[in-house]
Design a protein around this ligand. Sequence first.
Ligand code: ADP
Length: 371
Amino acid sequence: MGPHAAAVELRGIGKRYGSTQALDDVSLEIAPGELVFVLGPSGAGKSTLLRIIGGYEQPDQGVLSIGGRRVDDVPVHRRDIGMVFQSYALFPHMTVADNVGFGLRMRGVSAPARSERVAWALQLVRLESLERRFPRQLSGGQQQRVALARAIAFRPALLLLDEPLASLDRRLRDEMRIELRQLQRQLGITTLFVTHDQEESLTMADRVVVIHGGAVQQIAPPAHLYNTPANPFVASFIGEMNVLRGTILATDGAAHEARLGGLTWRVASDQPLALGDRVTVCLRAERIALTSEDSATSATDTDAPGTPANRLPGAVRFSSYLGASTLYLVELSDGTVLKVVEPNAAGLARFAPGDAVALAWSADAAMVFSE
Ligand code: ADP
């Protein structure tokens, strides 16, 4: 952890624009040096949250502390925060070095100290050789690195990133993710990163805050979020998910039967469920195994005891080849269509539209949420 890493605490933050509740009772603690992602669909309130922390916007309710101090009355330039926006907004008439040194000059740092800091920041983002160029002479990725250098040059205690990679192409984005992550670790700077890209948040974050409709849905490390989502929204926002609604038909301890569409599924849940309960069942596409119909009829039951399998016939309706895997849409006998993702063992898809298949998954592969 760097000497400048600040803890951040939000308690009961609320913000309303006219009739829109942009943020609703948001509470969150970020440890010094942590990389926390704010993930949610467009309009969820992510940017509003970041702007409030940055001091560009005042909350209607709640308390915000940075580095253990309430900052309600502290203006933007006194909050010791570096910020990078989606549109990196470099000054076009200034060189790279002047862009990076801008915040330092505003803070009254002397010219010699400034050039030392600029060199330090540019070397961190590997742009030291381009300091005399103008923004128009740089690629998108280079411009984004200048914006990053500008945000860290004055060694802020907190870094706020609002979709900073959204305008880069795929390959550059992947590279920048790794660079950003390494730089964040190296500096030990507390960082809040806003994105609507679930993959980005899963690959980079220490913890992810999922928000929707201005409200926090779950705060957890990526693997926890993926494996034990708090509700159907989080479950279906992350990964390829099948979401079905129905009722509980039978229960026996943690084993249950649910009526979903026109079929009965075996599901498992530690939560108490009663006959007739309305439930939402979420089953990840990669948890379903496909076999050709012939082999399914003679398949032996390889499931662990206590997790009875679901085995249902289906027909492939659509397949989408993704290189390492194939996504299938498979129709069950009741007309329900399930997404199934299968790794391509030999680099090829095994099934084609029209193929008759059998689908199998264990009862505990599905997540059950009471309504
Ligand atoms: P996100 O960053 O997750 O896309 P925002 O924080 O930008 O979401 O917006 C949250 C909600 O608040 C949206 O419904 C948006 O339309 C609304 N909103 C944001 N800023 C303003 C504003 N300045 N005036 C009115 N409504 C706003």
